[in-house]
Design a protein around this ligand. Structure first.
Ligand code: PEP
Length: 252
């Protein structure tokens, strides 16, 4: 039994003062919901404010939107996993398509970051997904298999079970277009099969695979009902406490 996981990716929104307000609203909106793990990934500079506001139940996990693979050193502008852990983070999103598209990140960097997070006792949330051109060319399954295999390279079965995967078709992120439940389920099933190859059936069966791409309260129910969709990575709608809480409610 996989416990659903819903993560809000705040992207470059909400500075420290707005963060405290949104967290307060979120905790109130989530009250009474159980049987689901919920996380938020605010900008780095807002992590401290978020941690300060996450002081009462329900429990909400704190995470970052990226990290570096080194422990410390001459990497101007970067943040290490242990620094994030010290700020209260238990996970970090890796390889988001916006990082790949605008900042040149690639699968080998994702793999290095994933190893570093696991070493620090944290959870990597590894994002994969095809572009519209790749889907229209019928290459989506192959593209995601390559991304996933390279991003998880060298992670042993023992640690693989701690990883979370987020399938985010690039054409569905922030566009208002969502993959149909059938398209999403087909890809999630495909990802589960790849995870079986990488870590065996027992490990793959425990790994949570999240769907991301314009998830809203209007489409969450049907997506989250699919057998291999174990939660969602939510961008835009996670900036509204009521909307995000409604999505969370559909997962239980
Ligand atoms: C995301 O940023 O991971 C995302 C899925 O964004 P949105 O929900 O806004 O499409």
């Amino acid at each position: 039994m996989r416990i659903p996981l819903l993560i809000g990716n705040w992207k470059m929104n909400k500075g420290p003062s707005e963060t405290a307000e949104l967290v307060e609203g979120l905790l109130a909106a989530l009250e009474g919901i159980s049987g689901v793990d919920v996380g938020i990934a605010p900008p780095f500079v807002s992590l401290h404010a978020a941690k300060g506001a996450l002081v009462r139940p329900p429990m909400v996990l704190l995470g970052a939107q990226n990290c570096h693979w080194a422990e410390s050193g001459a990497f101007t502008g970067e943040i290490s996993p242990s620094m994030l852990a010290e700020c209260g983070c238990s996970f970090a999103i890796l390889g988001h398509s916006e990082r790949r598209q605008f900042f040149g990140e690639n699968d080998s960097g994702v793999s290095k970051r994933a190893h570093a997070l696991l070493k620090a006792g944290m959870v990597p949330v590894v994002c994969v997904g095809e572009t519209l051109d790749e889907r229209e060319a019928g290459a989506h399954l192959e593209v995601v298999e390559k991304q996933l295999t390279a991003s998880l390279e060298g992670i042993e079965a023992g640690s693989l079970g701690r990883v979370v995967i987020a399938y985010e078709p690039v054409w569905a992120i922030g566009t208002g277009k969502t993959a149909s439940p059938e398209q999403a389920q087909q890809m999630h099933e495909h990802i589960r099969k790849i995870l079986i190859k990488l870590g065996g059936a027992a490990v793959a069966d425990g790994i949570r695979i999240l769907y991301g791409g314009s998830v809203t309260p209007d489409n969450a129910a049907i997506l989250l009902k699919q057998p291999d969709i174990d939660g969602a990575l939510v961008g835009g709608a996670s900036l509204d406490a009521q909307k995000f809480a409604s999505i969370v409610r559909f997962s239980v």
